[in-house]
Design a protein. Structure first.
Length: 731
């Protein structure tokens, strides 16, 4: 079953056998988990006891920080718990435990928090697709794109030739990144997209036959560095792929020239003839299981498996990558992380993660298995880390690092040991690409190991994948109910849900946005006040994930639906009036209005449809009508000049004469006898003007005290009835 070890590596391995016997890889890790309490907020760290440890130092930082600062406390070596009461909900923390033994130091890391908020926007994923296979897997690519969008990603796609230069492909990625550096987060390489090579090193230690340039997809994620091809001149490697000479298109850098900005993963089934399926068929199988995993169409046991065939290996302890990551993912019990035989166990039992290492070749790892084993067996494990000689150089025929992606349930894999890889943030909702980029950039935030920041550290598989899956809602139906679209769906099969969230596509930005803040508990939602047009929705199930690191709100894949709506009709406001008569009658001419509000300009308002309003003071008033329906409002205004009052029913307009006699003197004659009147005069702005008057039974003479030439209004009042007798032009 297992392949023959490479002879050189075997000798190297045997030379370190006394170290292997002295310690095991777990000794170099602190296997820890966390329990959380919401009220009062509290995080309790628990870890496996090491009877030979002399001290445990506990450090904490915010997830977003790169600095640990000083230790929170230093505990006795046999301690196994630390309670942190100085925490708050909805804050993401990270802890580091440093274990001291007499001869070496062990490290443990965990990301923890209490009810961390739901992540709804994951950024933009750029898909770089090999155009030679794009048409044949078009259906799978369309489904994958929808799955990305359903998980909160925006997507951009470029189809490129296998003969394109790597620099031209990086330029495409850079153009998108530079346009939106805060939005573009990740790159998926699909098919045999041209492979960058870089460096002059042998990360597996085989300097005699494997030193030179190694595959370096990290090049597609590093956006600002200046990649040189001028100085390295080395053709000592057995394979010409690793030869690196000036001007050959392979870069000089063994280490990345600057920090990696983008998460990069590769899904590549090229040159895998050990499998009976074609490259296209293997890609189809990969995307089928990718979709099935995201939609919880299969489940695996939430635990980790470790098959360590190196042991401590002089302190490098490669399998500590498994022990360090798996504690926060699954817990610290013996049933949570199992030391086992790789193929014999995982062909029969399921695991979310596994780690395996052994002396290697391009197609095998000693004690683990071979590419042929992946052809013949179907391992029930979603995420893997493998390590051994040669196969970390993955752009080779029937490569052992790429083989798991073509077999079983495996969706991602990496060469973990030189350097160390960190995926513990996945236990709090991050995708695997987050840990990829973090591991590539790491130098001292986490214990790095040999080969840190080297260009050969690459992820095989989809970088968007996450660890915890919520079963999605099903059967989204959308109907046009006139003023609103009604969405109904079948409930998720998951238990203990927080509810559902509904999203609608923004046609301008191309992104989905939430239509409400908090999850709803029902399986029905009305989206009101839609204009005519097509609308696309997705519904997600929301769950509070509580695991071995803490708790966070998690969402399922979105279930999609769309509808073309006739839409509501917007309200349109309009009116007319009979002014200048006072009171003024208003006629509502609004269309598509179900209720209205009038503002008459004198601090009085009304909700009547066709009101009549009595003004107490003559003047020019801006009257505003606001017409409303359930979905819209419209405003219309007019200036109304109020000149006459309501005395028409008591006085005959034809019987009254008003004469301007000059010098501010006005005479009103032919008044009905035996009536008592109140007389007021206002200027054009509505201010009352003082005057002197002489009154006789049928005549009134006014003398304006300090008049200014202009227009004046006269108000004659009998009882409660008012009448503006005349507009006066005073010269």
């Amino acid at each position: 079953m297992y392949s023959t070890m490479n002879k050189l590596f075997t000798l190297f391995f045997i030379s370190f056998s006394f170290f292997v016997n002295a310690q095991n890889a777990e000794d170099y890790a602190v296997v820890l988990s966390a329990q959380i309490q919401e009220n009062p907020p509290q995080i309790t760290l628990n870890w496996r006891t090491d009877s030979l440890a002399t001290s445990i130092a506990v450090f904490r930082k915010l997830k977003s920080s790169n600095s640990w600062g000083g230790a929170l406390t230093t505990l006795g070596g046999t301690s196994n718990q630390f309670v942190d009461n100085n925490v708050a909900i909805e804050i993401s923390y990270e802890y580091r435990l440093v274990k001291t033994r007499n001869t070496f130091t062990g490290y443990g890391y965990i990301n923890s928090g209490i009810t961390l908020p739901l992540v709804e926007d994951r950024g933009t994923m750029i898909q770089i697709v090999d155009d030679s296979i794009a048409q044949e897997i078009a259906t799978e690519l369309d489904r994958y794109d929808e799955d990305l969008v359903g998980d909160g990603w925006n997507t951009i796609r470029y189809d490129v030739s296998r003969t394109s230069s790597v620099s031209s492909i990086r330029t495409l990625i850079q153009s998108e990144y530079n346009a939106s550096p805060n939005e573009v987060k990740a790159v998926t390489l699909i098919g045999h997209v041209p492979v960058p090579y870089s460096g002059d090193n042998a990360p597996d230690g085989h300097v005699n036959d494997h030193k030179g340039a190694w595959p370096a997809d990290v090049y597609y994620g590093e956006m600002n560095g200046n990649w040189q091809d001028a100085t390295v001149n080395n053709t000592s490697a057995s394979s010409s792929r690793n030869h690196n000479v000036p001007g050959d298109g392979k870069f000089d850098h063994t280490q990345i020239p600057s920090n990696v900005e983008l998460q990069v993963g590769r899904i590549d089934m090229f040159n895998m003839p050990a499998f009976s399926e074609t490259e296209v068929e293997l890609l189809k199988k990969y995307f089928d299981k990718n979709h099935a995993y995201r939609h919880k169409q299969f489940e695996v046991v939430n635990r980790g498996a470790i098959d360590d065939n190196f042991g401590a290996f002089g302190g490098e302890a490669f399998a500590a990558n498994g022990w360090r990551n798996f504690g926060g993912m699954f817990g610290t019990e013996s049933s949570d992380i199992i030391s086992t035989d790789f193929f014999n166990n995982m062909s029969q039992n399921s695991y979310k993660w596994s780690y395996g290492c052994g002396a290697g070749s391009f197609t095998s790892a000693g004690g683990i298995g071979s590419t042929t084993d992946f052809v013949n067996d179907s391992l029930q494990c979603v995420f893997m880390m493998l390590f051994g000689s040669y196969f970390g150089d993955w752009d080779s025929q029937n490569n052992f690092l790429r083989a798991p992606l073509a077999s079983g349930l495996t969706l991602a894999n990496c060469w973990a040991g030189r350097p160390n890889w960190y995926f513990h943030h996945m236990s709090m909702g991050e995708n695997i690409g987050y840990g990829t980029r973090l591991s590539q950039n790491n130098s001292s935030t986490y214990v790095s190991g040999f080969g840190f920041r080297y260009c050969h550290a690459n992820l095989m598989g989809d970088p968007s994948l996450r660890q915890h899956i919520v079963a999605p809602a099903q059967n989204l139906q959308i109907t046009d109910e006139g003023e609103f679209a009604q969405l109904t769906w079948t409930a998720s099969t998951d238990s203990a849900l927080a509810g559902y969230k509904v999203y609608r596509l923004n046609g301008t930005t191309g992104s989905f946005f939430p239509l409400h803040d908090n999850p709803i508990s029902t399986t029905i939602f009305n989206d009101s006040c839609l204009l005519a047009g097509n609308f696309e929705y997705q519904v997600k199930a929301i769950k509070l994930e509580i695991g071995a690191s803490g708790s966070y709100f998690n969402s399922s894949q979105g279930v999609f639906g769309d509808i073309t709506m006739a839409g509501f009709v917007e309200a349109s406001a309009n009116f007319q009036h009979n002014g200048p008569a006072n009171p003024v009658s208003f006629t509502n001419l609004s269309a598509n209005s179900t209720y209205q509000t009038w503002f008459f300009g004198d601090s009085v308002m009304s909700n009547l449809e066709n009101p009549t309003h009595q003004y107490s003071i003559p003047g020019n008033y801006e009257v505003i009508l606001v017409a409303n329906n359930a979905c819209s409002s419209d405003t219309f205004s007019q200036n109304v000049n109020v000149l006459s009052s309501g005395l028409e029913n008591h006085l005959s307009l034809n019987s009254i004469s008003v004469h301007y006699l000059g010098k501010g003197v006005v005479q009103i004659s032919e008044l009905p006898p035996l009536r008592q009147f109140l007389l007021k005069v206002f200027d054009c702005s509505g201010r009352e003007t003082k005057f002197e008057s002489t009154v006789s039974p049928t005549k009134i003479t006014l003398r304006l005290k300090s008049y200014v030439p202009g227009i004046y209004h006269m108000l004659l009042q009998e009882g409660e009835h008012k009448w503006v007798g005349r507009k006066l032009l005073i010269k």
